[in-house]
Structures are given as C-alpha cells and as structure tokens.
Design a binder for this molecule. Structure first.
Ligand code: AMP
Length: 486
C-alpha cells in the first residue's frame, strides 16, 4: 500500500494542498481509489461518508484536468467533469473540497443546486468552468434553459449514488446520462450496495475497478454504539438530562419526522440546551444558518431528519443521538457515519422505547452485531409498556432537499424482511410534479423552494481557507438569494 500522497502519483500542487489541510497519510479509500481513477478507467467504490472518499475522486480528477488539456477545437471552456450529488449540502461540501484541494491548481468549478437564485450559477457557467458539482434537479433546469452544455464531459462522478436512488432521482439521472458523451470515465461511489445500485453500475460502468473500504453495510469501528432503553413518553426528558449531566456539546440528534424535530428542539431550548431543527420544511437560508452555527460551535444541538442531515460533514462530531430509530436500517449506518470521522472516535446513542424494538432488530441484523443496552437511573422503562405502531408524519410542504416531489415507482425499497418499505416522512409523495408536456425538465422541489433569508457564507470546513488564494469559482456558496430558485 502507498503510504503518502506523492507515492500515489499526485502532483506537487495537490500534495501541497492536502498537506496544508493537515492530511499526512491517504485514507484507505484514497489509497485504492486515487491510482484507479488516475489510470483512466471506471470505478465502483464502496465507501461511506467519513472515509475521505471525496478526496479519493477529487484529487485524481484535478490531476487529470491539469495534465490532460481539453481536446482542441471544442468550445472555449467546456465542462469536463460532472459530479452529481443527492443533496444541496453534499454538493456544497464537495464544492468546498474541490476548492480546498484545488487551491494550487487552475481548475474552476461551479456548484449547481436549487433553493437559491439560478442567476449567479448561469453567470458562472457562462464564464466557463471545468467542473460542475450539481444536484440532478437544478442541473436539469439549466439543461432546459440551455445554460449548461454537458456534451464534452470526460468524467462523471455519482457521489452517494445509493442516496440518489433512495430519493427517487433515477429518472433525472437517466436524463442527465443521455446528455453525456458515451466515451467517458465514470466513477460510482455508494455507501451501500443494494440490488438497484448493482443494476445501475452494470449499465453505466465498463470493466470497473472495484474498491471497498468497509464491508457491506458495516458501521465504523471507532464509533461506540449503544442503546438506552426508555419509555416512549420520556425520551425528550431523558435526552435533556443526558446532555446536561454529561456536558455534551455538538450533538446531532435524529428524529423521524419534521414535526418531531421541531418539537424536540423546542423542548431542549426550554430545558437549557440550545437547539435548532433542520428539515425539509425549513428554507435554504434557515438550514444553512443552523448548519453554520452548529459547525462553528455556537449551537449546541442540531436536530435533524435523515434527509436534512445527509452528507453533512462536521469535523469530529462527538455525539450522534438517534432520538427515533430510522425506518430504513441503512439510514442508521449513514447517521452514525456523522461521528468519529477521519480517525477520530465518537459515540452513537439510540433511545429505544417499546415501539422501536422491531426497528432495532432490523438494524442489528444489518450491521451484524447486537448493540449493548443501558438504562439511565431515574429513567427505568416500564417493562409492561406495550408497543404502539409508529405513525409516520405526512408532509404537506415542499421538501426543498433536492429530491423529487415523488418517490419514483421504479425504485421500490425493501426491508430485510422483504416487505415493501414505506416512504420515510421526507420521502412521502406530496405534490404532483409539473412536468412540461414537451418532455422538458419537470419542475423540481428545489425550484419551488423560496429562500426567505440571505444565505450567509458557510463556515469553512478547514482552517486553511483563504478566499484570496482560491482560484475556483463557487457561486452557490456565497451568493445571497431572495429569489425563487427558478
Ligand atoms: P469525506 O468522507 O470525503 O466526507 O471526508 C471526511 C473527512 O475526512 C473530511 O473532513 C475530510 O476533510 C477528512 N479527510 C479526508 N482525507 C483525509 C486524510 N487523508 N487525512 C485526514 N483527514 C482527511
């Protein structure tokens, strides 16, 4: 195994950029993926968030852009790399990584996602960028407006491809694929390998190299996981007690529903814990603000639904709490991937009442281990509490998370028992997509979102982040927007 970035064949500019970020040794996925991507072939990579997968594809892509000039005779500055992500947050984070890793390189990038004004994105695309990082919905809006040309894309990356399928993006993805040259390099990153992912890989990838850094559906070893048993009605009280007793700071708490997230944040604030909720009914501005306060350490607790939290990269997050267990066991793996990132240790605690027990068994079956159970003194559960069916919240509003308004029928999800999985609260179909009859892009959930507040620039993920030294151009990160996304 190569144990330095130089040994992986990366240029001096890239090695300098990562060493300025404090990276000394490539992570396992980087050691495997970087040479594979540099070789120019397709790649199927199994890596969950927190493994350093982003650098695993961004670094060799930047190297390719620097060493292989765009074919002559084409348009002035073609889009050469397209990175698709399921959520705006992940698009923003990947964009930041491109900026960080490319700070000594000449590559330029644009981040394209909904919920913010489309105009700065159009301006950036008109100027010409090498890399587009995009959520599928907004990208198709640009395609519809002819503000992006994907006909010269050399590298396609699907980041968190499993999430894109879960969120019903397959039809949009197919429309994007149809616009790309057939001859290209395709890299598919996925935390989990469902049958749908395997089918997608078999249709998209040609003789791919395969790398995997964690066994299928495994959790990260450095996360201490445990279950705290409690009565249904005492979870909020117990959580406030645990936070105050243990003096926890920077907790990410997952609830199953948006309403539950709001209620819990309110409860915590009344009990001495500063908390904000982040979910699909919040405006893009509110989400960005909550996230940046949380990242900067001024907000103690972020209460989130699964989709809202997807792709969040918060360095060394010490505690993840499952206030409710997820309906989809794979979401447990994603949730706890928020902690113990890049070598740090972390703790994942699940508050489990009688209703949650079947979900807990599903999770334990998936991760193939039994989680230790604990009881907190004063919160002993009533052994006779009877399980009640878990009522799912029906969402009435816009989701605003880059996913379509509907769950696509071609991507049914099945539980480990083979039952049809119901949509999670944020995946519940809500409004009819207003597809154009001419086959143009359907209006996206992103496009419907109306940001109510100017978006502050997000906190830098890394201490070394000087805009003056950055050559990439990432409008989506800095432009305030009061306008509809479309
Ligand atoms: P990712 O899985 O790409 O979201 O990366 C997770 C975190 O690991 C990010 O905060 C990266 O900045 C960090 N990271 C990536 N590669 C390395 C490395 N080789 N050494 C230390 N940290 C890294």
């Amino acid at each position: 195994m190569n144990s330095s970035f130089e040994a992986l064949g990366l240029s001096e500019a890239l090695v300098r950029a990562v060493s300025e970020l404090g990276y000394t040794t490539p992570t396992a996925i980087q050691q495997q993926a970087i040479p594979a991507v540099l070789s120019g072939g397709d790649l199927l990579a199994g890596a969950q968030t927190g493994t350093g997968k982003t650098a695993g594809f961004v670094l060799p892509i930047l190297q390719r852009l620097a060493t292989q000039p765009a074919p002559a005779g084409k348009s002035r500055k073609p889009v050469r790399v397209l990175i698709l992500t399921p959520t705006r947050e992940l698009a923003a984070q990947v964009g930041e990584s491109v900026r960080d890793y490319g700070k000594h390189s000449k590559a330029s990038a644009a981040i394209i996602y909904g919920g913010v004004s489309i105009n700065p994105q159009i301006t950036a695309l008109k100027r010409g960028v090498d890399i587009v990082v995009a959520t599928p919905g907004r990208l198709l809006d640009h395609v519809g407006q002819r503000t992006v040309d994907l006909s010269q894309v050399e590298v396609l990356v699907l980041d968190e491809a499993d999430r894109m399928l879960d969120m019903g993006f397959l039809p949009d993805m197919k429309r994007v694929f149809a616009l790309l040259p057939r001859t290209r390099q395709t890299l598919l990153f996925s935390a989990t390998f469902s049958d749908e992912i395997r089918t997608l890989a078999s249709t998209l990838l040609k003789n791919p190299a395969m790398v995997q850094v964690a066994p299928r559906n495994s959790t990260v070893d450095t996360v201490t996981q445990k279950v705290v048993l409690v009565d249904r009605g005492r979870k909020s009280e117990l959580l406030a007690h645990m936070i105050n007793e243990n003096h926890w700071f920077q907790l990410l708490v997952f609830t199953r529903t948006k309403h539950g997230a709001n209620r819990l944040a309110e409860f915590l604030n009344k009990h001495g814990v500063t908390a904000l909720a982040i979910h699909g009914n919040k405006s893009q501005g509110a989400r960005t603000r909550a996230l940046s306060e949380f990242k900067s350490g001024s907000l103690q607790t972020l209460v989130a639904t699964d989709i809202a939290a997807r792709g969040l990269d918060i360095d060394q997050l010490p505690h993840v709490i499952n206030f409710d267990l997820p309906h989809v066991p794979e979401d447990y793996v994603h949730r706890i991937g928020r902690t113990a990132r890049a070598g740090a240790t972390g703790e994942a605690i699940s508050l489990v009442c009688a209703d949650d027990k079947p979900l807990l068994l599903d999770i334990e079956r998936l991760i193939r281990c039994q989680l230790p159970r604990e009881i907190v003194a004063g919160f002993e559960p009533n052994p006779h509490e009877r399980a009640e069916p878990i009522v799912r919240q029906r969402s009435q509003g816009k989701n605003g998370y880059g996913q379509r308004d509907r769950q696509h029928p071609s991507t049914p999800r099945r539980s480990s028992q083979g039952q049809q999985r119901k949509n999670t609260a944020e995946q519940t179909p809500r409004q009819q997509p207003s597809s154009k009859s001419n086959g143009g892009p359907a209006r996206t959930a992103e496009a419907h979102a109306k940001p109510k507040h100017p978006r502050p620039a997000p906190q830098p993920r890394r201490p070394i982040d000087s805009a003056s030294t950055v050559r990439t151009n990432i409008p989506g990160l800095v432009q305030p927007s009061h306008r509809r996304g479309r």
